[in-house]
Design a protein around this ligand. Structure first.
Ligand SMILES: Nc1ncnc2c1ncn2[C@@H]1O[C@H](COP(=O)(O)OP(=O)(O)O)[C@@H](O)[C@H]1O
Ligand SMILES: [Mg+2]
Length: 336
């Protein structure tokens, strides 16, 4: 623990421990460059095991946040912890926990893929006796075993990204922070990246991943945070955010019994805004526009069944995550 790093943060405040359940926790994290504010009082929690998508346009403050969390940059004020370790007071402990993939690859063209990993594993202090097996495992994990002896310069962009990701794993960190890893990848390479992230999540890793293109992240994240001009606009788990940001939702109900009778059953149920009968669908269905909570959705189905309707299907329409994003950001986050 180094004492020199402390002055940017009020000493008594910096001693507060982070809540135990969160792997990443920031409180009023602020970074100024001269008079401009790159990051404005960011308060954020990333639970253990999450794939957290950090979404915002260029210049929003994503890289700044990631550099602070990886101890490469000091905050002007505020606090941040990784697994309970303060990024300001315990940078060494934080670095052991975190693997960082920056948004540029760097130049290591005269190295072979395995040499590249060997170089970084050595830098992380992995003993030579363990490195060979570890490198094989990492190459296998990112599906590059067949490129073990290829020069880094000859790899495709997608392969370079995966190699770079393997590098961030060389010291087996709990938390992976990946800055715009999908940018510039073709669709196939993106799918491969997404599968790789799922695999890493299954291995117990927590992943923070940024993008200025929301569709890149929409399908792979368990949690999201949306940032604009240094300010967090919204954050939370994807399900809850979808729910809280959708004022109402359409439920589709397939009905085998008489449709008008079923419709009459639910018209007056609390939360129901309107009921549409679609007798010519196969099977015939009701579309119920509903603004209630989960309890009321349950009551809706109970009403149908107890009223004698024969229901074979009951489901809320899935609305696009993208739609939800656009609602929060008023269109300033790119949708590609
Ligand atoms: N070294 C720096 N000096 C001055 N301004 C900077 C510096 N680094 C970043 N900024 C500014 O901080 C803001 C946030 O940048 P950044 O965190 O890189 O955003 P993002 O990664 O979301 O694109 C931008 O306005 C950027 O111009
Ligand atoms: Mg950036």
């Amino acid at each position: 623990m180094s004492a020199e790093a402390v002055p940017v943060v009020a000493p008594d405040a910096a001693l507060e421990p982070a809540p135990a359940s969160a792997l990443v926790e920031t409180r009023d994290l602020t970074r100024r460059y001269g008079t401009s504010i790159a990051l404005n009082s960011l308060t954020l929690t990333i639970p253990q095991g999450a794939i957290f998508g950090f979404i915002g346009p260029n210049g929003a403050g994503k890289t700044t946040t990631m550099r602070i969390l990886t101890t490469l940059l000091l905050p002007t004020s505020g606090q941040a912890w990784v697994a309970g370790h303060s990024v300001v007071r315990e940078p060494q402990a934080v670095r052991r926990m975190v693997g960082f993939m920056p948004d540029f690859f760097g130049v290591y063209d005269n190295l072979k893929a395995w040499e590249y990993l060997d170089f970084f594993a050595a830098a992380y202090g992995v003993p030579a006796s363990r490195r060979t097996a570890m490198i094989d495992e990492l190459l296998d994990l990112v599906d590059l075993s067949h490129k073990r002896d290829a020069y880094v310069m000859d790899l495709s962009r997608g392969m370079k990204q995966r190699l770079s990701l393997a590098r961030t794993m060389a010291h087996n960190p709990e938390l992976l922070i990946l800055d715009e890893p999908a940018s510039g990848l073709d669709p196939r390479a993106r799918v491969e990246l997404r599968e790789l992230l799922r695999e890493l999540q299954l291995l117990g890793k927590t992943i923070m991943i940024s993008s200025h293109i929301l569709t890149e992240l929409a399908e792979m994240c368990t949690h999201i945070g949306i940032i604009e001009q240094g300010t967090l606009l919204a954050a939370g788990d994807v399900q809850t955010m979808m729910h809280s940001l959708q004022p109402h939702r359409i439920y589709e109900v397939h009905v085998l019994s008489d449709l008008p009778t079923a419709a009459d059953l639910v018209r007056e149920v609390p939360g129901v805004l309107s009921v549409r009968e679609l007798p010519n669908e196969s099977p015939p269905m009701l579309q119920i526009d509903h603004e209630g909570d989960e309890q009321q959705v349950g009551a809706l189905l109970t009403r149908l069944i107890s009223g004698g309707a024969i229901v074979t299907h009951f489901a809320g329409q899935v609305s696009d995550l993208e739609e939800v994003f656009l609602r929060i950001t008023a269109g300033t986050v790119a949708s590609e």
